[in-house]
Design a binder for this molecule. Structure first.
Ligand code: XMP
Ligand code: MG
Length: 179
């Protein structure tokens, strides 16, 4: 089995903070006149989400709900299997949904989520992702609001984990294989 350790910082906390502010401004403008139902995808998005919504204009009419899916387990490769572990608490019928994710990698997780949510008759579905790894995409999916495009490296920190660890790090690091 491969072993990994923390590598260099790819995105430092200041760079992240500035980008989160920019995204929050964009979102505040977009949701200026329409209520938004923010859906956090547990657990990777929680740090980003909590910073993002506090940077948004307080006048934005917003509710928050969460769901949890698993696609990876303790591996850096997608299994292609996506399972809902915890569903939303509230109905999404006729609501403007904003799905907040940590990263779009293959795109399989979000494609699956979007398809499930579409069946529940929302008014609109938008996606906001902190990170995007376009090189790894296997389905045609793009976040409507996106922070950083990153190279094909496994990253941890600021909510992102490896085997459940390192979510708490304030910066985003590359994961390095130990030989
Ligand atoms: P897909 O491939 O479905 O993946 O777009 C989305 C989910 O995979 C996880 N993921 C990562 N997690 N560092 C992480 O900590 C990464 O570099 C990474 N790439 C994918 C993540 O949970 C995301 O929601
Ligand atoms: Mg995730």
């Amino acid at each position: 089995m491969d072993r990994y350790e923390l590598g260099d910082i790819l995105l430092g906390r200041d760079v992240i903070r500035n980008k989160v502010k920019e995204l929050a401004q964009e979102l505040s403008l977009y949701y200026k006149d329409k209520p938004v139902h923010v859906i956090g995808v547990l657990k990777g998005s929680v740090i980003f989400l909590s910073d993002l919504i506090r940077e948004m204009d307080a006048k934005v009419h917003m509710k928050l709900d969460f769901l949890s899916v698993s696609s990876y387990g303790a591996s850096t490769k997608s299994s292609g299997v996506v399972k809902i572990n915890k569903d939303l608490d509230e109905s999404v019928v006729n609501k403007n949904l904003l799905i907040v994710e940590d990263i779009v990698d293959t795109g399989l997780t979000l494609q699956y989520l979007v398809n499930i949510l579409k069946e529940r008759s929302p008014k609109e579905i938008k996606i906001c992702s902190l990170l995007d790894k376009p090189e790894r995409r296997v389905v045609d999916l793009k976040a409507d609001f996106c922070g950083f495009t990153i190279p094909d490296e496994f990253v941890v920190g600021y909510g992102l984990d490896y085997g459940g660890y390192w979510r708490n790090l304030p910066d985003i690091h590359v994961l390095r294989k130990v030989n």
